[in-house]
Design a binder for this molecule. Sequence first.
Ligand code: FAD
Length: 519
Amino acid sequence: MRIVVVGGVAGGMSCAARARRLDESAEIIVLERGRHVSFANCGLPYYVGGEITDSASLLVQTPQSLRAALNLDVRTNHEVVAIDTARRTLSVHTPDGPTELGYDALVLSPGATPVRPPIAGIDSARVHTVRSVEDALALRERVLAGPADRAVVLGAGFIGLEVAEALAGQGLGVTVVELAEHVLPPLEREIAFHVTGELHRLGIALHTGVAATAIEPGERNDVVRLADGTALPAELVVLSVGVRPDTDFLTGSGIVLERGAIVVDEHGRTSEPSVWAVGDAVTSVHAVTQARRPVALAGPANRAGRLVADDIVRPGSARPITQPLGTAIVRVGEVTAAMTGGNRAELDRSGLPYTTLHLHPNQHAGYFPGARQLHLVLQVSPTDGRVLGAQAVGPDGIDKRIDVLATAIRAGLTVGDLIDLDLCYAPPYGQAKDAVNLAGMVGSNVLDGTLRLWYAEQVREVVDSALVLDVRTPAEIASGTLPGALTIPHTELRGRISEVRDEVIACLLYTSPSPRDGL
Ligand code: FAD
């Protein structure tokens, strides 16, 4: 059997490697358009910023090492330009000219390509993208050429902010422009807010809620024009406004696409026999909301690649590809933000009812040096208590909490189940009641009516209809409270309860970690 894989990085190479481990006799050919295979896309911003110093370490494997370890026939600089699914052949552009290649099983993992908005000047030589090793090398070279440069990053998504931090760390004056109203649009506003604060601390300027309308080339620098009239001179512009499936070469193949993404079933099979597809180029179904859209993340691509190999080599017994939760994480300066499952906008679109919980516990025991707050937002189903989504931001321990919550969502756990999770604890790492356990406790209180919540967006209604009682600590109260609020720290409340006995009360709650357990 000849298995041909198109795209030799995350999904494609996972598939090829697994296929070889399952079948020593198969002929496995990987066709890659670029110069490199198995490179560390996710590491590129850190090379630009100088944290990864050796570009060779971005190349996780080479065609030679893959031949030696797995007997894979890896052909770089080979671009598939058309597929004839009836004849089971590929048209390939190679360094030696065009050629045809037949297949028994074909796996498509062509990934995604940066979106290039149709604005004047987008093709300026000063505009860079960050998709390939060559892109990262070019950017690094540009950074090293002059420390006083000004850079504009278009797009404040995960990659845009990683690149912005990388450039700012190298001494460039960086401005980020984002069309959405806040950075990292998939994050809730209250989580993204902390990232914005960190960007300011890093000296990165921010323009949100505004589009770039033109890039005017100049002799010494370009000028990025924004819709609100702002002009941003820059020697370097980085384009990071999103990606789209790199599937133009499938035109005429008969393979069904949906808004440019390849439609696949739960085994990665496309509409055409013997053709599978994985990764950024395919349409996935969101595990919580059931929305159909591509998920451009490395984990789902790698896992799907492996499972497609199972389906090719062991048809009938392969496990289906799980629906992604969109679990993602980003570091910005000293802050980490992460998410999993549905956010409010996605849940609104899906029609699923949800209740939002906010928690602000410390990331580890309050008495242990370095204790700082993390901020956790959970979406839970008010009908069956299932956890639907979670996001967190803070100094550290964010990955652990979101990974636990991603596992909880995958397992269909309810918010009450979070109380019982037996999580590791010692003072440097967490609390005896971990943030995730606390989320379970708060969520259970909310769902069984022990605790009724009001939200910031209801503040006017609340102020008009109730006495706002601020029971936080004096230090927290000193940092600001609502106009007209009665401030009685909760430690004094029993003694002063007569002051509020007959009032309709809306509490402004204590938001610090739970008291020490003495453990
Ligand atoms: P890719 O890994 O992109 O591989 C596709 C390959 O196919 C490319 O090398 C391309 O040249 C080749 N190809 C395309 N068309 C053809 C053709 N016609 N013929 C031959 N070859 C072709 N994800 C995370 O989860 N965490 C991160 O921190 C993270 N950071 C990222 C940082 C950057 C800068 C980038 C660019 C991506 C990052 N991602 C991250 C996303 C992650 O890298 C992708 O989701 C993942 O690589 C997708 O795998 P894939 O196999 O679908 O595509």
